[in-house]
Structure formats: structure tokens, C-alpha cells
Design a protein around this ligand. Sequence first.
Ligand code: PMP
Ligand code: GLN
Length: 437
Amino acid sequence: PAVPSGAPTKSVFGEFSGLARMLGDSCVDLGQGFPNFDPPEFVVKALRDELDGTVPGAVRTRHQYTRTAGHVTLVEALAERYSRHLGRSLDAMKEVAVTVGATNALFLAMQAALARPGAGREIVALEPFFELYRSQARGLNAEFRSVALRFDEAKRCFELDVEALAEALGPQTAALIVNTPHNPTGKAFEEWELKAIAKLAQQHPNLLVISDEVYKYMIFDPPSGGLANQKDSPAGHIHFAKLPGMWEKTLTVSSAGKTFGITGWQIGWLIGPSEWMEPIQCYMPNLQFCAPTLTQRALCRVLREAAEPFHGAESYYEWLRQDYARRRDIMVAALEAGGIKTARSQGGFFLLGDISGLCGPEGPLHESWEASLRPDEAKDWTCCRALAAEIGIVSLPVSPFFGAGSAKNIRTRFARFCFAKTDATLEEAAKRLASLA
Ligand code: PMP
Ligand code: GLN
């Protein structure tokens, strides 16, 4: 079928999800990041039991609003977990807020940083960055600035450029967003990188760090350093707020969507010192009266049960980590067999594949790419459309995750492939990719 074109100014998610919908069952959708399999039965059961009224608690109230900053049982459960993760005792009422997805948590954190008396007007993120950061910052009338991570050709991974970040930060910076494990690259930041960021953050008294950790339970290839290996933390994960002096300057953002395969439940949260959380809790009713009561209540039980042995692993979390490592390995092998070199993915849902050769003069997609080239479109965008048209694989072009000022050769070099997919989907992807070689 004909594949519609798209201008890079449109949302990359809207554009490529639309393309996947249009291609229907004939396509393998590795674009937008969400699992195409059901959540585990204990997760679904927790919600079913809430609905059926088999869990104690007044049936009527579970269908109504709950506390704006989060259902009391859930904020208590989150405070208990983060007290262990961060090695400090958290106040459930004052230092936790439950939001409609990490999406609202990010918005609230940026809003709070910008609203602080004397704050600058700039939000900084490391590039490539999750596209939402830029659009939310712009929606809040802030300037958005990105600092490129360096691509190390030998190690095939992205690395922090400390000098470039130091240069970008100043009194104009309201907040710096750090995201580990990282969307879109799959990078898990090294201990030295996070410590370098913390050191720079210390030099700017007004700067808030927003630490987006939504993929923290899926680290297959941990960063080096002792902090990544702590008994009371998710395996391989370094909580930014745990670095010396960082609790006071950090709002931690996370959600249940990726960990439990329930992106549609839209439960996220913010964790941080009451000095930051108090204005956020005051502002929250302007954005959401509450996150859904039913899913918050169900999540309390999910969090308790996830710590128990699961399918032979010591907990659901350990099983999840191993299961995603396996999916990552299948995806890497499939892409490499199709002649698409991959960048190192250590965690999360995603892998970057180097698509620059696919559409080059000798590449298997060259003709299709040339035929659909548009002057207003980035090269990777056209290449991803060609990949969908030729073999029915929908990926995402990565140029929208870069700032306009970044080097073109890196900005248009990669496509992002989501591997949160069933074995059947991954096998079908592998078959189609093999036809490129
Ligand atoms: N941060 C990152 C890095 C993400 O990839 C996403 C979306 N998957 C979000 C935040 C938003 O998460 P949620 O679905 O919980 O709103
Ligand atoms: N975070 C998911 C992704 O990166 C979904 C984002 C979205 O739809 N806005 O694919």
C-alpha cells in the first residue's frame, strides 16, 4: 500500500502510529514504545478484583475521586519503596505525588522549576532526548536547549560531554532533565557521568534536576561502578537523587507503565523534598483532579505481589529484566543480520539501528527512498517510510529526538526500534529484516 508522507514538524509518534494503523495487520509495528502483549495475570487480576468488589473497601468510593496527590495507600507504598531505594525516610504525604503518567509528573516538575522565584527560563536536556521534554517546555513558554551526547564509534554508544554541559548551564537554567535508562538510545548512564552531572548541578544553586527513571526495572547491561549494584535498588539502576547532595535538588519521575506492561493505566509519580513538592501539590488540581482511583488501588496490590517469586525468578522484577534482555538480544541479532548496525542498548525498550546505509547508493532501500524523497523532510524520516513501504516494518526516525542545531550526520543516521514485542512479532521482524541483507 501507498505510504503517506510526513513533515518533520509533526509529532513523530502521531505520524508513525498513524502509518502503522494504516498498514494494519500487514505491518510489524516497532515504532511507538508499548508492549504488544498482555500484562502478567497478577496485574490484570488486581484490577479485576477491584472492579468486582472482592477487595475490602467501600465499593462506591473506589469509583470516585481520590486524594489529588495520590491515594493514601499508594503514596504510603511508594514512600516505603523509595525510602529503601534512596536510603532515607520519606514522608508519604509531603514527598510523594501520584500523577496521570510520568507525562504529568514531567510537566509538573518543569512547571515548578519555572515558577520558582528568581528561576531562569530554560529547560536543558541531553540529546537525543525524549521528544516530549521539548514540547512540554515550549508549552510552558520556556526555552528548550539540548546538549549533544557524543557518539563513540568504537564502543558504539553515546557518552556525556561534560564540557558541553558545563557551558550550557547557567543562571538562565531552571531545570536539567536526566533520563536513565534512556529513550531513545537504551543507554544506562555510567556512575562517572551521573556524578559529573551532579557536580555541575551543585554549582548552580537555583537549578533543579528532573530525573526521569521510567525504565529503571529494565537494565540488562548495568553501568560500571558500585552504585549500580546496591542491594536495595532495582538491579543495575543508579537513582540520581541518591548521589551526595542531590536529594535537595532532584525531583524523581517514574511510572508503572513500563514495569508492569500497563502504559494505558497512566499512573506515574514524583518523589522529592517537600520544599519542591509543596508547591507542586498545590498546583496539581489545575492539571488533574486525581489519577484514576481504581488503577491506583490495584497498583498497591501489584507492588506487594511483584516482590514475590515469579516464573522461577526470585521476583517479578528479576524475571522482567531477564525477559527484556532476551528480547533485546533477538532484536540486535535481527537488525545486524539485516545489515543494520546497532548502538549499545543497556536498558529500557529501545535500540537504535544505523539506517544510513539502507538508503545510500548501494543500499537495498535506495530506489524506494529516492522515489519518495521530499525537500521538507529529514533523510531518516524518508528512510523509515521506505522501510515500512518495502518490508512493512514501522520504526521511528530519530531526528525528532535531536535539536535543530545538532550535526546532521548523527541526527539522521538512526532509526529507533522498540523490542517490547511478542516472540512472534520479533520473529516476523527478523524474517523481514533478513530480506534486506
Ligand atoms: N519518560 C520517558 C523517557 C518515556 O519514554 C515515556 C513514555 N514511554 C514517559 C516518560 C511517559 O511515561 P507515561 O506513559 O508513564 O506517561
Ligand atoms: N514513550 C513512548 C515512546 O517513546 C510513548 C510516547 C508517546 O506516545 N508520546 O515511544
